[in-house]
Design a protein around this ligand. Sequence first.
Ligand SMILES: C[S@@+](CC[C@H](N)C(=O)[O-])C[C@H]1O[C@@H](n2cnc3c(N)ncnc32)[C@H](O)[C@@H]1O
Length: 174
Amino acid sequence: MAAPVRGIQLTRAEGLVLVLETPKGRGVFASKDIPARTVLEVCPVLVLDPVENKEYIEKTDLYNYTYNWPYTPTGNGKDHLKGSEKPPTTTQAVILGLGSMFNHSNIQQNVGWERDIANRLITYTALRDIKEGEELCISYGQRLTFQDTEADEYFEDTGPEDITSWLDYTELID
Ligand SMILES: C[S@@+](CC[C@H](N)C(=O)[O-])C[C@H]1O[C@@H](n2cnc3c(N)ncnc32)[C@H](O)[C@@H]1O
């Protein structure tokens, strides 16, 4: 009998489909009801060298797919960004698997994610019960690199009385 394989358990929940043409490009949707707290996907990540990221990746479309990731300086001085005396403590990471396909929503965020720094993984989990047909969305935060298709809805939802949201909104369209 073969020895058991030791490794990290990878998960992809059932009931996830990739829809190719949505107003946000491709997106992940539920093809069946998904209960809250379901682990949707465990994604390995590729942590980028900060200098390579700055010099190359940031100039490509991949820039729109990377996540912030902590960086431990090598100590060899080769990871200093141009003009900086100190090595960076953060870099960017490319998320493999379905992780890179989750679109952003401020108003319908239903997926949370957590970094596992030591194992270079991200785990995506359902934040609430998700109904068949819903898009699965994470929040990218407030500083977006594109025009949010839901920005108007977000504004209508929060209203100008809510000064914090108003400021967030103006930041998005700057
Ligand atoms: C990580 S990718 C997500 C997958 C992407 N839709 C695709 O087709 O490859 C991020 C990109 O998706 C698009 N996107 C994500 N959320 C969006 C939103 N709320 N409004 C408009 N575009 C969005 C933007 O083009 C963004 O740069």
